[in-house]
Design a protein around this ligand. Structure first.
Ligand SMILES: C=C1C[C@]23C[C@@]1(O)CC[C@H]2[C@@]12CCC[C@@](C)(C(=O)O1)[C@H]2[C@@H]3C(=O)O
Ligand SMILES: O=C(O)CCC(=O)C(=O)O
Ligand SMILES: [Fe+2]
Length: 358
């Protein structure tokens, strides 16, 4: 049977109780369980800088060089002139706002199961931390029809249509960005067979993650979404007009990625880091919260077919650059991530074959 990403968490259920979701709106002080210190996350108070992320106009004649440079130096960049209609960005933001403003008991009707992948809940990475994150999320993989019907019994089709249109645009954009980034390293369409006969990565798989960071009474002591890298090839993120996304570089510290109306943020994920044999770093990022305005973000997490073997591209391997990672599938990598979280890349680096990875 053709398997999907959903199978991963059947064997790696994550136990995160939904029963103690706070009523974010009525809290005047941060409960202890939401108060973060460097003990809870080593990078919590790491230094910050006012450097900025590369901002790239996709209609620039030197776009491939700029994308390649941003991927090599930061593993992230912001884009404009990306071709996604601003009306569609408004629609997905409207959908996200409508979803999270539903009463908790309605949202819980579409709660993600412990061994499931889609639905409402706290971020999966919550299980790696002692403190709770000031956010709620909703993951869409495959058709959202059943879940949306539970959320909006009368209006679900309208919202399903928005998701479908968003996926179509994001899939095209992800393929375009992938070729720009790899093209900068001299990788050509013939080097990636699974991109398909017209090089459009039709078999790629994706998830949409909708995030809500409510207004927080003590934002400096809270964490919206803790530091992590995405397990994807690429992630394309749209944020509403409230700042919160930060990216980290060892030699720079944390920088804030300001929301620029109509622009999108692109992150290199762990699988693209593996595919490029470490040339592109997967970017460590997190979301901080705000005491005046709530924040929404909508991430399109894009990866290969879930059972396809991914390994450093032969073109990027030679006697001076031996392969740093074994071949493994996205499913195997997600399973590794479910156990080893931010240590996953260094964990698999120590294995020559994915058979040794469980
Ligand atoms: C395909 C996926 C990537 C993701 C785990 C998931 O199965 C679906 C949700 C994704 C997400 C979004 C928020 C941050 C993140 C680390 C998480 O906890 O869930 C990512 C996961 C990932 O990239 O590993
Ligand atoms: O909210 C953000 O800006 C970050 C979201 C994110 O990192 C994710 O969904 O993977
Ligand atoms: Fe992320």
């Amino acid at each position: 049977m053709h398997s999907t990403l959903s199978d991963v968490f059947i064997s790696h259920p994550i136990h995160i109780p939904l029963s103690n979701l706070p009523d974010f709106t009525s809290l005047r002080h941060l409960p202890d369980s939401y108060t973060w210190t460097p003990k809870d996350d080593l990078l919590f108070s790491a230094s910050s800088s006012d450097e900025s992320l590369p901002f790239i106009d996709l209609s620039d004649p030197h776009v491939a060089t700029r994308v390649g440079h941003a991927c090599t130096t930061w593993g992230a960049f912001q884009i404009t002139n990306h071709g996604v209609p601003s009306r569609l960005l408004d629609d997905i933001e409207f959908l996200t706002g409508s979803l999270f403003q539903l009463p908790v008991n309605r949202k819980l009707k579409a709660a993600r199961r412990e061994d499931g992948i889609s639905g409402y809940g706290v971020a999966r990475i919550a299980s790696f931390f002692n403190k709770q994150m000031w956010s709620e999320g909703f993951t869409v993989i495959g058709s959202p029809l059943d879940d949306f019907h539970k959320l909006w019994p009368r209006q679900h089709l309208k919202y399903c249509k928005i998701i479908q249109e968003y996926e179509e645009h994001m899939q095209k954009l992800a393929a375009k960005l992938m070729w720009l980034a790899l093209g900068a390293l001299g990788v050509e369409e013939k080097d990636i067979e699974w991109a398909g006969p017209i090089s459009d990565f039709q078999g790629a798989q994706a998830a949409i993650q909708l995030n809500h960071y409510p207004i927080c009474p003590e934002p400096d002591r809270a964490m919206g979404l803790a530091a992590h890298t995405d397990s994807t090839l690429l992630t394309i993120l749209y944020q509403n007009n409230t700042a919160g996304l930060q990216v980290f570089r060892d030699d720079v510290g944390w920088i804030t990625v300001p929301p620029v109306p109509g622009s999108l943020v692109v992150n290199v994920g762990d699988l693209l880091h593996i595919l490029t044999n470490g040339i592109f770093p997967s970017v460590l990022h997190r979301a901080r919260v705000n005491h005046l305005r709530s924040r929404f973000s909508m991430a399109y997490l894009w990866g290969p077919p879930s059972d396809l073997m991914i390994s450093p591209l032969p073109k990027l391997v030679d006697p001076l650059h031996s392969p740093l990672y074994p071949s493994l599938t996205w499913k195997q990598y997600l399973a590794t991530k479910a156990t080893h979280f931010n240590q996953s890349l260094s964990f698999i680096r120590n294995y020559l074959s994915s058979d040794q990875i469980s």
